[in-house]
Design a protein around this ligand. Structure first.
Ligand SMILES: Nc1nc2c(ncn2[C@@H]2O[C@H](COP(=O)(O)OP(=O)(O)OP(=O)(O)O)[C@@H](O)[C@H]2O)c(=O)[nH]1
Length: 335
C-alpha cells in the first residue's frame, strides 16, 4: 500500500485494513474523509487522485488532515452539478404534466355541463331508464373531476417540493464552491469562475503564502493558525473588485486571479495586501498576549506572454519560490 496501489485481487476487507495501516503510518485518524480518500486511491477511476497524493509525498509533503480534506474536495465531491440538471429535468416534466392536466380538466368540465344541459331536456315522459343512465354518467363524471382535482393538487405540491429542493441544492452548490474556514472560493469555485471568462480575458495570477506558518501552528496551536488564515484571507479579499477572484488554493496558500487589470495596479494590489498584513496587530484570544508579526510572500505573474491560466499560476509559483528563498515577506515578479 506504500505506493497506494493495491494488488488487483484484493478483497474489500483487506483493502480496508491496508487503508487503516496507511493512515496509522502517517499518524492520521481514520476520520470519514481521511478513510474515504485513502480507500478511494485504490479504485481504477481515481488514478489522478492517487498520482497527486504520490507526487506530494515524493515532494516530501507529509500528508495531514488538511491535505486529505483538499483531495477529498477536489476528487470526490463531483455530483452536485448533475443533481441540479436532474432536478431541472424533473421540474420540466412536472410543468408539462400540469399543463396537460389543466387542459383535460377543462375538457371534463365542458363535458359535464353538456351532460347537465342535455339531462335537463329529458322530461318525465322520456324513458326512465335513459334518465337513470344519464344521471349515472353525471355522477361518474363528477367523481372523475374530483380525482382530477386531487391529481392537480398533488402536481402543484410536487412542483413546490422541487422548488425547495432546487433552492437547497443552490445553497449546497454555493457552499461546495466556498472554503468554509475563510469564505473564499475553493478550487471548484475557481473552475466555475474560469468558465465564465472569454478567450480574450487577460489573467494575472498572484500566489500568497503565509511565512513560517508551520511554526505559528506548532507554537500557538491550530486554532490560532485558523484565525490567522481567516485574517489573511480577509485582507486579500477586501481590496479585490467583483471581476476578480480570491481562492484558498492550498492549506496556507491563496491564489488571486485578476482579470483585465492594468499591470501596475496588480503589483500595487499585491504590495498593499502584503503591507496591510505586516501591519496587523493580532492578540492571542486566551492569554491576550500579542502574537508575533504575520507576514506573507507573494509570487506574481503579470502574464505578458498571454499564457494559459495553468501556466500563469506556474509562473506565479516560481516567483513565490523566489520570494521565499530571498528572505520572505516580499512580492516577487516572474521573470
Ligand atoms: N491551522 C491550520 N493549519 C493548516 C491548515 N492547512 C494547512 N495547515 C498547515 O500549514 C503548514 C504549512 O507549512 P509549510 O508548508 O511547512 O510552510 P511554512 O511553515 O509556512 O514555511 P514557509 O512557507 O517556507 O514559510 C502545515 O503545518 C499544515 O499543517 C489549516 O487549515 N489550518
Amino acid at each position: 500500500m506504500d505506493n497506494l496501489k493495491p494488488p488487483a485481487t484484493i478483497t474489500p476487507d483487506e483493502l480496508s485494513k491496508l487503508t487503516l495501516a496507511w493512515l496509522n503510518k502517517y499518524q492520521l485518524a481514520p476520520t470519514p474523509i481521511n478513510y474515504a480518500v485513502i480507500y478511494a486511491c485504490s479504485h481504477p477511476n481515481n488514478q489522478k487522485l492517487r498520482s497527486e497524493l504520490q507526487q506530494l509525498i515524493a515532494n516530501n509533503q507529509t500528508p495531514d488532515n488538511y491535505l486529505l480534506a483538499e483531495l477529498h474536495q477536489k476528487y470526490l465531491e463531483e455530483n452536485l452539478q448533475a443533481d441540479n440538471e436532474t432536478l431541472s429535468a424533473i421540474h420540466k416534466v412536472i410543468v408539462n404534466l400540469q399543463t396537460v392536466c389543466e387542459k383535460s380538466q377543462s375538457d371534463v368540465s365542458q363535458y359535464q355541463s353538456t351532460l347537465h344541459s342535455q339531462a335537463s331536456k329529458l322530461n318525465d315522459t322520456d324513458n326512465q331508464h335513459t334518465v337513470d343512465i344519464v344521471n349515472t354518467i353525471i355522477v361518474a363524471t363528477e367523481k372523475a373531476q374530483l380525482a382530477q382535482n386531487q391529481f392537480k393538487d398533488s402536481i402543484y405540491a410536487s412542483q413546490n417540493d422541487i422548488k425547495t429542493l432546487q433552492q437547497k441544492l443552490k445553497t449546497a452548490q454555493q457552499q461546495a464552491q466556498t472554503d468554509s474556514l475563510t469564505g473564499l472560493a475553493n478550487r471548484r469555485g475557481m473552475e466555475n469562475f474560469l468558465n465564465t471568462l472569454t478567450s480574450t480575458s487577460h489573467i494575472c495570477a498572484l500566489l500568497f503564502d503565509i511565512d513560517n506558518f508551520k511554526q505559528l501552528n506548532d507554537t500557538y496551536g491550530h486554532g490560532v493558525g485558523d484565525i490567522i488564515l481567516q485574517k489573511v484571507a480577509q485582507q486579500i479579499a477586501q481590496l479585490l473588485g467583483p471581476e476578480h477572484i480570491a481562492i484558498r488554493y492550498g492549506g496556507e496558500e491563496f491564489l488571486v486571479l485578476m482579470i483585465n487589470q492594468a499591470r501596475d495596479d496588480v503589483f500595487m494590489y499585491a504590495e498593499t495586501v502584503r503591507e496591510n498584513i505586516e501591519k496587523l496587530k493580532l492578540v492571542h484570544g486566551k492569554t491576550r498576549k500579542r502574537l508575533p508579526q504575520v507576514t506573507i510572500s507573494v509570487g506574481l505573474s503579470l502574464n505578458r506572454q498571454k499564457l494559459s491560466v495553468a501556466e500563469a499560476i506556474e509562473q506565479a509559483d516560481s516567483a513565490l519560490y523566489q520570494a521565499k528563498s530571498s528572505g520572505k515577506n516580499r512580492v516577487c515578479l516572474s521573470s
